[in-house]
Design a protein around this ligand. Structure first.
Ligand SMILES: Cc1ncc(COP(=O)(O)O)c(C=O)c1O
Length: 444
């Protein structure tokens, strides 16, 4: 049966009353359940009717005026913070000139962004192809590797996350995402992450490329042993196999350098970017490679293409974001604030060894592993109630990711850590939180 709903729009601030907020929440929930996915009824925000209303800097505000310290960062989008004024202004100006491109004339915004990226990218990476998401960037990278080498084999890693479109999914290394959609693309194998000899052993005559995240994000913020990337670079170069680095999550300053591969002073043959490149304003993805490899696109430049890829609004947002990144020294900030954050969180693991199993990461890409999935869920929920947003990593459900905007301050980090600490303190035998936790457990 079709639901006839009277749609309501948010009112200007002065006219809003509490009832109106409630109506917006009710409608959002009803529409979500009936027209997006019924599972919204079971999500915390759905069950409690909490609607995202406004975002600014490191803060997200809901329909009730409650603010949340955003330590989730939209899964790694908001490196410059929410709605950075410079990026917003650039996009607003762009809207008054050209929005989407004709596809026929030269596109100066895409060309400028490509040049900016080439000046930042490591090694000989110079040419860019723009698309609209991380998955698309990975798709393009895989196609380029196959086209250039004339081979089909791709070596990826267990627990890797490269997206969920068919090609990217073939590289993603977790059964729960893969199994229902098999058969996936042929030629993909998965080896343990962090083990360069496993990569060497898996290479054969039909191997086109190795694809890796420098730090596995959705795999649980897994930092490989120091020297791993360097060793993989040596092996792939020696065996004439391409190295694709998926920096969709680790790129754009997140780990304390513009690209995470810079920590090991190596450059891949192909790099994938997306997420934060959007400036948190307009989606964009990209894969880059060297002039030598890009030659295979020369005789037929539309052999790989995208209607919306490289559109002026997205490219303008990305260009402004790259300027902000440099002007505000955000990669260096991520390194500084990240090591402070990690230090504070590691202190908590000493105080609560029964609850926290590990803290790991680099820069402001941090994973906090709990001793059980159940505990992680409960703490995440309570953080939400106490005004802090975090989320689990997709391939490791005991771990929450901490990926705040890189503009986060020490005071805001302290706020997050004391909030987490107070929740863990409530988990002591006398704490009310423990009682609630146990009743949840009994129910499951
Ligand atoms: C490393 C990595 N690659 C690719 C993707 C897929 O990106 P998207 O969701 O934009 O398709 C993700 C998303 O989380 C990611 O973390």
């Amino acid at each position: 049966m079709k639901h006839k709903l009277k749609q309501r729009q948010p009112l200007p601030v002065a006219e809003r009353g509490t009832d109106h907020y409630q109506q917006i929440a009710d409608q959002a929930l009803e529409n979500s359940i009936h027209y997006l996915n019924h599972a919204y009824a079971h999500k915390l925000c759905g069950a409690e009717g909490v609607v995202e209303f406004r975002d600014e800097g490191v803060w997200t505000y809901d329909n009730r005026g409650q603010r949340y310290l955003d330590c989730l960062g939209g899964y790694g989008i908001f490196n410059a913070g929410h709605r950075h004024p410079k990026i917003i202004a650039a996009v607003k100006a762009q809207l008054d000139q050209v929005c989407l491109h004709s596809q026929d004339l030269l596109n100066p915004w895409a060309a400028h962004l490509a040049r900016q990226l080439a000046s930042l990218a490591p090694g000989r990476l110079r040419y860019s192809f723009f698309c609209n998401s991380g998955s698309e960037a990975v798709e393009g990278a895989i196609k380029l590797a196959r086209l250039y080498t004339g081979k089909s084999g791709i070596i990826a890693t267990v627990n890797a996350y490269h997206g969920v479109s068919m090609g990217a999914l073939s590289a993603t290394g977790r059964e729960v995402f893969r199994k229902p959609f098999e058969p996936l693309l042929p030629g993909f194998v998965h080896v343990p992450f962090g083990d360069s000899s496993a990569i060497e052993a898996a290479i054969n005559d039909d191997t086109a490329a190795v694809i890796l995240e420098p730090i596995q994000g959705e795999g649980g913020i897994n930092v490989p042993p120091l020297g791993y990337l360097r060793k993989v670079r040596q092996i792939t170069s020696k065996k004439h196999v391409l190295l694709i680095l998926d920096e969709v999550q680790t790129g754009c300053g997140r780990t304390g350098r513009m690209f995470a591969c810079e920590h090991e002073h190596i450059a891949p043959d192909i790099i994938c970017l997306a997420k934060a490149l959007s400036g948190g304003v307009v989606p964009i993805g990209c894969f880059m490679s060297t002039p030598k490899i890009w030659k295979v696109f020369e005789h037929n430049p539309t052999i790989h293409n995208s209607t919306f890829g490289g559109n002026p609004i997205a490219c303008t947002a990305a260009s402004a974001f790259l300027e902000v990144l440099a002007e505000e020294h955000l990669p260096a900030r991520a390194a500084l604030m990240g090591s402070y954050f990690m230090q504070q969180l590691k202190q908590l693991t000493k105080e609560y060894p029964g609850h926290l199993a590990d803290v790991r990461g680099r820069g402001l890409l941090i994973g906090v592993e709990f001793t059980s999935k159940h505990l992680r869920e409960a703490v995440q929920e309570e953080l939400f109630h106490r005004g802090v947003l975090v989320a689990a990593t997709m391939n490791a459900d005991k771990t929450i990711r901490i990926e705040p905007p890189l503009i986060i301050t020490e005071t805001q980090i302290n706020l997050m850590v004391t909030t987490l600490s107070s929740i863990l303190a409530d988990l002591t035998p006398a704490g009310r939180w423990r009682r609630r936790l146990m009743s949840r457990k009994e129910l499951s």
